[in-house]
Design a protein around this ligand. Sequence first.
Ligand code: GYE
Length: 332
Amino acid sequence: MRKILHMQRIIFLMLGCGGLLMLSGCQGENSRLDQQLKDERTVVLGFAQVGAESSWRLSNTQSIKEAASAEGMQLMYINAEQKQDNQIKAIRSFIAYQVDAILLSPVIETGWENVLNEAKLADIPVILTDREIKTEQPDLYRCFVGSDFHKEGKMAGEFLKKKFKGYKEEINIVELYGTIGSSPAEGRSRGFKEVIKENPNFRVICSRSGDFMHSKGKEIMKDILDEYQDIDVLYSHNDSMTLGAIEAMEEVGIRPGKDIIIITIDGEQKIIDALKQGKVNCVIECNPKLGDTIVDLTKRLLKGENIPRTVFVEDMVFTEWDDLSLIAPRGY
Ligand code: GYE
């Protein structure tokens, strides 16, 4: 049976160049097939990635591609351009190809039941990478690997409480929101608000989504600076939006990190450089290098081992009060 499925998969792969694989390019298709024909047991993973919206995402994609290739696994990678529909189509194609496992980094949290039930019926395990889903059906995926976004939001709030310790005046906060309905944006917002509500003088005066993108972060910050005169703090859900917002501030003569206190999440090299220059006050790390952990868990899963339901990676906090010379190069 396994052998028949394997042959079907090869036929699918041969036909696939005209369709789905065009999305990710057909390079290396011949060598992929050669390899698969030589080795029946080559593992094929389907990876429905969110998109290419930020440096974090590019680094995350690279990490997963490298880890899969180091293990000799074949990765069918789809860039869904931040659209859930594209991810659903990709998953359906992975099911048709009879991949060994599906890696899904869901753009948003809801709306996955139908397609993940299809994967379940096809007996293809799903690992959620980086982002989580909300569902009442726990058996739709086997494991989640990524950061604890709620905790990241809380750490951002804790920094602010420390920064403004003893202040009684109103502190006006602007929140640059990530993609609405995505688990990182929802968790980061919730955690932050839970902590700051302990200080009645902290007020979120405006919260808008920049979809985790540099260009939108800049555009939205420009509008906000036009509308609000008295902003004390920017809490931004990721570095790409923050870097855009910093440009918007500097264009109108506002000094980021001084006139407006900035807290950001991810920790890419450019933002660590900005922290060193005093343009950013606090960086909550979110580690994009999930590849090795994901591949290791996938291997164990396919061997029939029990794997944990949730694997949170450790995230650090870098602040203006730290010895910044100790921060290792970020690698992205
Ligand atoms: O913070 C952001 C990216 O899902 C944790 O998505 C990820 C977030 C990350 O676009 O930069």
